[in-house]
Design a binder for this molecule. Structure first.
Ligand code: GGG
Length: 351
């Protein structure tokens, strides 16, 4: 079976982690009789600085025939962040109807959490983030720019279809894990969108009678991700709340450099996109010390998505084994002094 994987290395450390990990994916796939073809798209902030757009107008046509997409990072010190997001990342998520974003947060054996008293295995939850609407809806405007009476409006959009899609994905995951679900809102303050979200949770929960549901306000949830992360199992949140909570999830499990994610087109009509949760990290660009493991695990999620479970499991196992090995190389974010390539080489021997 051959798979065509589009790669968009993007900005900052994106190319460093994507270029370092592609040979590893080839090794893992080859060893299991799986053929992969990577098709590279050099889109991102450099293109924006030279040509005025992050990607071409027909970018989605280029990507549409791929089985999946691997993205590195977007973000550049000379390009406003909203330009990088709205010029590349969000049009792909929205255009390919990648309604469900899944972001696992796992404290692996051998990794130190900044929280006292936690050891490998103690934290293991996954966040389902609504991915194409909510607070990321591109609706709003500015008036009287530069005047004292300037006004900015930013609207959030919650459709029943979009809300149901993310909730069903989360309920299904909770059912599969035989676990429980935590739904995050701010329904005390946002009396329309978030109360609507709670209503849809009530409706959908009727189809999943075995899943226990807890509801938390996002402020309390942020505190509890630090105070009692071990109690979470499957968490579901809106686009913005999910984005914020998954950074907390990444850091309590040791490093942003370990957190993978998948932007999933549930119907399978378009490719899904996989990316490390971390951004472009301009502070370490070019030093060759970016942690490649979030990209490796995003690749593991990608192979699972395209049906190559053996390749996916091998990548997860290699990462777990490497992290559990005290003598294995680690990048500085995990307290080591090794390079990206040294970590990838150590993984290669485990595949
Ligand atoms: N690797 C993903 C990346 O570069 N993310 C940058 C970012 O700011 N993302 C915001 C979001 O995921 O909504």
């Amino acid at each position: 079976m051959s798979h065509r994987i589009a790669t968009i290395p993007g900005d900052g450390i994106g190319p460093e982690v994507v270029d370092a990990t592609l040979p590893l994916f080839e090794t893992a796939a080859d060893a299991r009789g799986v053929d992969v073809e990577f098709v590279r798209y050099d889109w991102g902030s450099q293109r924006y600085l030279e040509e005025g757009t992050m990607m071409p107008d027909d970018a989605l046509d280029h990507l549409e025939d791929s089985d999946a997409i691997l993205l590195g990072a977007v973000g550049h010190p000379e390009v406003p962040d909203h330009v990088t997001l709205h010029g590349l990342l969000l049009p792909i998520r929205k255009g390919f109807n990648q309604q469900v974003c899944e972001r696992p947060a796992i404290l692996f054996d051998g990794v130190e959490s900044p929280l006292r008293g936690y050891e490998g295995g103690d934290i293991d939850f996954t966040v389902f983030r609504e991915n194409t609407e909510g607070e990321y809806a591109d609706i709003g405007g500015r008036e009287h720019v530069g005047f004292d009476h300037e006004v900015a409006v930013q609207s959030a959009v919650f459709t029943r279809a979009g809300t149901e899609a993310i909730l069903r994905a989360a309920f299904e995951a909770a059912e599969e894990r035989e676990g429980h679900l935590t739904s995050i809102t701010k329904s005390n303050a946002q009396a329309y969108s978030m109360v609507f979200w709670d209503d849809v949770v009530d409706d959908v929960s009727a189809d999943y009678p075995d899943v226990e549901v807890e509801s938390l306000l996002v402020d309390a949830a942020s505190m509890d991700f630090i105070r009692r992360p071990e109690t979470f199992d499957v968490v579901v949140a809106s686009n913005l709340f999910g984005d914020i909570l998954t950074d907390i999830g990444a850091i309590v499990t040791g490093s942003m450099g370990l957190a993978p994610s998948g932007n999933i087109n549930v119907e399978g009509e378009y490719p899904s996109m996989f990316e490390p949760v971390h951004g472009s990290a301009p502070d370490i660009v070019g030093r060759g010390v970016a942690n490649p493991l979030a990209t490796v695990l995003s690749g593991a999620m990608l192979f699972e998505d395209v049906g190559e479970t053996a390749v996916s499991e091998a990548l997860w196992a290699a990462v777990r084994d490497l992290l559990a090995d005290e003598g294995a190389p680690r990048t500085p974010d995990l307290g080591g002094d090794s390079t990206t390539l040294a970590v990838v080489e150590a993984l290669e021997t485990r595949l």
